[in-house]
Design a protein around this ligand. Structure first.
Ligand SMILES: *[C@@H]1O[C@H](CO)[C@@H](O)[C@H](O)[C@H]1NC(C)=O
Ligand SMILES: *[C@@H]1O[C@H](CO)[C@@H](O)[C@H](O)[C@H]1NC(C)=O
Ligand SMILES: *[C@@H]1O[C@H](CO)[C@@H](O)[C@H](O)[C@H]1NC(C)=O
Ligand SMILES: *[C@@H]1O[C@H](CO)[C@@H](O)[C@H](O)[C@H]1NC(C)=O
Ligand SMILES: *[C@@H]1O[C@H](CO)[C@@H](O)[C@H](O)[C@H]1NC(C)=O
Ligand SMILES: *[C@@H]1O[C@H](CO)[C@@H](O)[C@H](O)[C@H]1NC(C)=O
Length: 610
């Protein structure tokens, strides 16, 4: 404790020399790292202006700031009753204990003062002026999250270090988490905010303000690209006045200015707004256009769709709406790769594995809406061995238009028989699964390999429909583990390796073979399992081959990011004139209006024999 004269800066012309005793400053309490140097210690005579009050505490801002960008000048004082007789605009002096709090060990600690004791109220009626982010502060960094990620938030191995044990010195100019940490407890304004994703059920919504960003897509979201996962975004949490944020916000909706305090909750840096968000202007148009890719009806231009239909079974509420998407938005592609087809009775956990009722209900609905009269091809899995919702027995399947395509020499493999590439190349089973008893597929979907041909038998191509292991078990992108845990990444590495080797076998037989691998990869194109997949399979990323602009490559929303989990990869022979479109029918709409959590995609290829 220091005892000397202080000049309470906000009290013009008033000096309290000899009357006030000064103790630790807020910036000393926060320090220039993640963890407070005073953690667990008592602090006394801490001066601060009350900038905000919440249901469980108040926020104070130092009246004696330092000049260090790294040390936040504000801090949360956690106590339900402490603020009862105090008001925003009061300058107070308090004693208390510094505490580092987190509700889960996967999270970063929040520095707070607990057991506060009011020493005195110094004065009142001061303005609590928020800092405008990007104007009164530096700009939030736009690419990297933490120095501990070593330049790549998606690098493997994951969880190589922990912020809580390494406790790095903050570099707010370079690292997004450091930037937000350096403003912990601060009252801030986000000017000209717009939404980046749909809110969660509580209305928590990711936003950016009018500061400089990278990765902005044409809808107003931020797309994840290699080494840029958008730490310039911040999530707006529960309003301090008890009001509720809207749950109908969409990516791109204009929200206007948002004022609140910077905190950390549920694994993310958060702004707790003073009051609920308002949608100032809804983004337009409400719905995306249908794909422009329509089948030519012959080998010169066949269309191929891919859609994760999200736990679809014969009795699904969303089956008809899903069918309408396939007809109206995908325009009835000649071949559709579908993922997450459940068995006939969905999540009823019995011995049923057949999905023929699910698929025939889907194909009837499609034809009754004016779409093709699809036939389907798939292989029932072994009960309870494919992961996903218990009892659902999800699998991948093909829908194909029998007026355009047929299976080439059909010979269905079983759930346990491994498909093989025979000379020709031909498939041992058509369709058949890739090495289905391999432990790489434990609790996951086995890729469905098939060969299709035009009805004259002259033009053929190979397909592999994949749905790799999920990202379940991932840790927060702004959590303690660095790089964050990318759940299931090792499984996906093995799964993609097996798939790539199968493709390599086809191309070893015929380097001009036409091969399409599509589906839900549960991974980004620039992360190790997919880098490895591309190298071994020698397939091309269709987004690149068809020149889809990099920032428009997204099929899914997660955290602050628009991102691509669903891909198509093609062999060189399919590259000439290949076209590809992502149809943002689910990412653009409200949470209540989405039919699946993924967007579908459509491609168009020339499959004529050359
Ligand atoms: C810290 O303050 C608390 C009262 O809030 C007191 O009980 C405790 O003894 C103090 N600890 C030290 C080390 O002074
Ligand atoms: C608030 O003020 C009232 C009246 O002066 C007093 O009884 C009460 O103890 C005070 N509450 C707190 C939390 O300081
Ligand atoms: C604050 O701490 C100082 C120094 O320990 C002590 O003298 C004073 O009584 C404390 N005030 C309150 C209100 O706890
Ligand atoms: C589904 O397959 C079973 C036999 O595996 C058959 O009895 C049943 O009729 C089929 N149902 C449909 C709708 O095709
Ligand atoms: C990260 O590793 C630490 C051990 O260093 C472990 O305690 C922690 O649970 C791991 N975190 C996650 C999210 O897996
Ligand atoms: C599903 O389709 C029906 C009929 O067109 C429509 O009324 C309903 O709003 C759709 N549901 C959703 C979630 O879009």
């Amino acid at each position: 404790m220091k005892t000397h004269c202080v000049y309470v800066q906000l009290l013009a012309a008033a000096s309290f020399c000899g009357q006030l005793v000064s103790g630790e400053t807020v910036s000393e309490i926060n320090g220039n790292k993640y963890l407070s140097p005073y953690n667990g210690k008592n602090v006394t005579y801490v001066d601060g202006l009350i900038t905000a009050k919440g249901p469980n505490g108040i926020w104070i801002r130092s009246t004696t700031p330092d000049k260090d960008d790294r040390t936040s000048e504000s801090v949360y004082v956690f106590d339900k009753n402490f603020g009862k007789n105090l008001t925003v605009g009061d300058v107070i002096q308090l004693n208390g204990t510094v505490s580092e709090y987190r509700s889960s060990k996967a999270y970063v600690y929040l520095t707070e003062i607990v057991n506060p004791k009011l020493v005195r109220k110094v004065s009142s009626g001061h303005a609590a002026t928020p800092l405008v982010i990007g104007k009164d502060t530096i700009n939030p960094p736009t690419k990297a999250f933490s120095a501990l990620d070593d330049g790549d938030v998606f690098a493997v191995p994951n969880n190589a270090s922990l912020i809580s044990s390494t406790n790095p010195t903050l570099i707010p100019r370079n690292y997004g988490m450091d930037f937000w940490e350096s403003l912990s407890g601060e009252l801030v304004t986000v000017k000209g905010a717009h939404a980046l994703t749909k809110p969660n059920n509580y209305g928590d919504t990711w936003v950016i303000g009018d500061w400089k960003v990278t990765g902005l897509n044409s809808r107003g979201g931020l797309t994840t690209v290699d080494k840029d996962a958008n730490p310039e975004a911040i999530i707006i949490g529960s309003p301090l006045d008890g009001s509720k944020n809207p749950v109908i916000t969409r990516v791109g909706d204009v929200l206007g200015d948002i004022t609140g305090v910077v905190s950390y909750s549920f694994g993310y840096y958060t702004i707790l707004p003073l009051t609920a968000l308002k949608i100032a202007k809804g983004v337009e148009p409400a719905l995306p256009p249908p794909t422009s890719l329509v089948s030519d009806g012959d080998c010169g231009g066949i269309t191929v769709g891919s859609y994760n239909v999200e736990n679809l079974w014969a009795g699904s509420d969303h089956l008809v709406n899903m069918s309408a998407h396939i007809v109206d938005y995908l325009r009835g592609p000649d071949l559709v790769f579908v993922q997450e087809i459940q068995d006939n009775n969905g999540e009823k956990n019995d011995a049923v594995v057949s999905a023929n009722l699910t698929l025939s209900t889907l194909t009837s609905a499609i034809s009754s809406l004016g779409g093709p009269e699809y036939e389907f091809a798939q292989i029932d899995p072994v009960d309870d061995k494919n992961g996903g919702a218990p009892g659902g027995n999800i699998r991948t399947a093909y829908l194909y238009n029998p007026e355009i395509l047929r299976l080439r020499n059909p010979n269905f493999g079983s759930s346990t028989e491994a498909n093989q590439v025979l000379s020709g190349p031909e498939l041992k089973y058509n369709p058949g699964l890739i090495d289905p008893t391999n432990s790489a597929w434990t609790a996951s979907r086995k890729p469905l390999v098939a060969a299709f041909e035009t009805l004259d038998g002259k033009n053929s191509f190979f397909t592999i429909n994949v749905h790799y292991g999920s990202k379940g078990g991932s840790s927060s992108i702004e959590g303690d583990a660095r790089p964050p845990v990318n759940g299931g990444v090792d499984d996906r590495q093995d799964q993609m390796q097996l798939t790539a080797e199968f493709v390599a076998d086809i191309l070893a037989e015929d380097k001009n073979a036409k091969v399409i691998v599509a589906g839900d990869f549960n991974e980004f194109a620039f992360v190790e399992p997919l880098e490895n997949f591309k190298k071994i399979s020698n397939l091309k990323d269709l987004d690149e081959a068809a020149n889809v602009p990099e920032l428009e490559r997204f099929t899914y929303l997660f955290d602050m990011n628009s991102q691509e989990l669903d891909h198509m990869f093609i062999s060189q022979a399919l590259k000439p004139k290949a076209q590809y479109e992502h149809v943002h029918i689910n990412t653009w709409v409200t949470a209540a209006q989405q039919i699946s959590d993924h967007d579908p995609s459509v491609a168009k290829f020339n499959i004529c024999k050359r």
